[in-house]
Every structure is written in C-alpha cells, then in structure tokens.
Design a protein around this ligand. Structure first.
Ligand SMILES: O=C(CO)[C@H](O)[C@H](O)COP(=O)(O)O
Length: 223
C-alpha cells in the first residue's frame, strides 16, 4: 500500500468514526494538507447528513466549497462537534507537530474549540519523541529576527521559510534541533516570545484520537 492509499484509508476511517453522530445541525472542523484533502473528498459524499464545516485554511475552504459543503466563520459557530486534521509528527501521547502546510495557527484555534480532535496520518508520522520534524512557528513579519534570536536562546535553530505568507499575513520560522523531551513546556515557552502568533507543537491540546494508516490497516490510538 502506498502513502496516498494509507492517507485515504485513515480519512475513510475518520468518516466511519464520525458518521453515527452526524445530524442536520452538525458542523465539522476540517484541517489542511494532503491527508485532510482525502477526508474532505470522502466527507463530500455525506454532505446531506450534516450542516457544514469550519475550515482551518483558505485552501481547505475552497476545497470544501468546491464540493458544495457550506463553510462557516468560526465566530458564528457555538458548537464544533469534531475537528479532523493531519499531522507532521505524532507521539504515543497523541501530542503532535503540525504546520508543515503553514496553517498551524488556524488549525490550533479550530482544535481548541472542537470537542473532539481526530488526527489522521500515515505510519511515517509516528515517532517516539517529537522534534525530528522542524517546529513551524508563525511570526508577525517585523518580529522575525527578534523571535529567531529568542529561539536560539531556547536551543533551537530557526530557518526562515522563504516566500511563504500565511493566511493571516504572517511568516513562518521552522525550528530545527529543538529538544522536545517536554513538549508542553517548549510549547509554552515559545508562546511567551513577543511576536510569536502560534507554534506548531500541539501538546497542551493534543489529539483525542489518532488514526494511523499502515500497510496492515488502520490503528486507532486514544488518549
Ligand atoms: O499541519 C498541517 C498543515 O499546516 C498538516 O496537517 C500537516 O502538514 C500534514 O500534512 P499532510 O497530510 O499533507 O502530510
């Protein structure tokens, strides 16, 4: 089974998981990336069974709308039953690194609001310790150098993601070699730096369910 087939399999497993709880009022939070795209395409087949979606990026909003799924502004949504999204890394505690697609801030906001966060990923994303994947940090453009210097003091090696502007008009620093033995602490410390909008460590709000695809099938991990 190739990687795309695994992504499709976990996307369909997420659909099977949420389907029994859908009703005409359900609004679903939808993530960003290639795995999330498989989820959106599968979700389209159920579009008569729920109300609509909140998107974690402009790209996801466009894909949902292309399928005829209504997209709501999160500010107008009181209750978000579930959020489904991919990840760049996931550990056994369902703590994640996200933001390879530069959508981490909106992803974090939607994950914070949702009652359940289902993470979908292929087996290659599973790690024993987070941190081989560089941690993306969304930064206010004028603070880029200041934030980079502060991150060096925390032990990381920041690299500016050239040419990328987020949906919020900001820039991304990718942080290499950060020691993430305690991801909650590093997530907090990076959030303290003036100019940081959000960082891609999802440890304070990890996933509730992780669906991992491998050639043997889909494994479900719960917190
Ligand atoms: O965090 C993300 C986007 O900001 C994605 O969920 C993450 O990069 C995984 O992407 P993919 O499913 O394409 O491997």
């Amino acid at each position: 089974m190739n990687q795309d087939a695994m992504k499709k399999a976990v996307a369909e497993a997420a659909i099977a998981l949420i389907k029994p709880d859908l009703d005409a009022k359900t609004i679903i939070g939808v993530g960003t990336g290639s795995t999330a795209n498989f989820f959106i395409d599968a979700l389209a087949k159920l579009k008569m069974d729920f109300d609509g979606a909140v998107a974690s990026s402009e790209e996801t909003a466009r894909r949902l709308q292309h399928h005829g799924i209504p997209v709501y502004d999160l500010n107008n949504v009181a209750d978000l039953e579930v959020y489904v999204d991919g990840a760049d890394e996931a550990n056994e505690h369902l703590e994640l690194i996200k933001g390879g697609g530069a959508a981490l801030t909106r992803e974090k906001i939607v994950a914070a609001v949702a009652r359940r966060f289902i993470c979908i990923a292929d087996q290659s994303k599973r790690v024993s310790q987070l941190g081989a994947f560089p941690v993306p940090v969304e930064v206010i453009p004028m603070a880029r150098s200041h934030v980079a210097r502060q991150i060096v003091k925390l032990g990381g090696d920041p690299e500016y993601r050239e040419g990328v502007v987020t949906d919020n008009g900001n820039v991304i620093l990718d942080i290499y070699n950060m020691n993430l033995a305690n991801p909650i602490e590093i997530e907090r410390e990076m959030n303290q730096i003036v100019g940081v909008v959000a960082n891609g460590i999802f440890a304070q709000r990890p996933a509730d369910i992780l669906l991992l695809g491998s050639s043997e099938g889909v494994t479900t991990l719960r917190r």
